[in-house]
Design a protein around this ligand. Sequence first.
Ligand SMILES: NC(=O)c1ccc[n+]([C@@H]2O[C@H](COP(=O)([O-])OP(=O)(O)OC[C@H]3O[C@@H](n4cnc5c(N)ncnc54)[C@H](O)[C@@H]3O)[C@@H](O)[C@H]2O)c1
Length: 276
Amino acid sequence: MSYNLLSGKKGIIFGALDEKSISWAVAKRAHEEGATFVLTNAPIAIRMGNISDLAQQCGGARVIGADATVVSDLENLINQSMEHLGGKLDFVLHSVGMSLNVRKKRPYTNLDYDFMHKTMDISAISFHKLLQSLYKADAMVAGGSVLTLSYMAAQRTFPDYNDMAEAKAMLESITRSFGYHYGIKNRVRVNSISQSPTQTTAGTGVGGFDSFYEFSDKISPLGNANAAECADYCITLLSDLTRMVTMQNLFHDGGFSSMGVSHRIMDRLDLLQSAE
Ligand SMILES: NC(=O)c1ccc[n+]([C@@H]2O[C@H](COP(=O)([O-])OP(=O)(O)OC[C@H]3O[C@@H](n4cnc5c(N)ncnc54)[C@H](O)[C@@H]3O)[C@@H](O)[C@H]2O)c1
């Protein structure tokens, strides 16, 4: 169902690799809500994924490759997007993350530090690079919205989330710090959504994903939020309905972040104990 929340708005959406990607669902919802936008991803992801199918489903959206860690790529993306869309941007979604330590299954107590630098650059510093490039190009309309996606390992320990935990902590800090400067400059909002575990390429790459997906689902009163539900929440943050929300990390997790223990988990532990 469309509410026309993004009618006439222009933007850039990062990170749609395949149908499972959270930003794939956001792009489809943004199109339904009346937005026009450019889709972007790292050139290799554009070659390997199926972003052109998504572009077709979104009214023939333009796809422009950019490595989010390379400032000149970001500058080119921003300039070309403004030219193509015919003006400044109302919204940008940064949905980018990757850890080589996670990919190569390095345990947290035996990290490769070159990989760790890459994790930080791709998953956190790229957000600063994007914000700074938008800021310098004066590319956002007054009151525009820049949004990124985080995970609760920024606040609490999830042993297999590895160095992505540090990246998400930095990402949320950049959200607050740049949110201040961009708010002062021209009321641009900068926020992160902290999403439930979601079955995507990045998500399922984390060790023990199935168990912590299950745990999180069982402890949250509403269960895990899926990618489509995350997309709905993203749309509200990209719309004019949230003009006074900035510098926030907003949990979209079915209540997980406020829980201690749930009856569903206690019942399972009781069952295990009585079987011992
Ligand atoms: N899946 C989950 O459980 C979950 C939970 C909370 C937050 N998130 C976050 O949501 C975001 C999107 O991830 P997803 O779950 O949709 O997985 P995904 O794998 O579909 O998306 C990650 C995207 O990052 C892109 N990317 C990686 N390196 C890049 C680079 N150098 N330049 C440009 N793009 C690059 C990938 O190509 C991919 O499209 C990530 O920040 C992730 O950490 C995911």
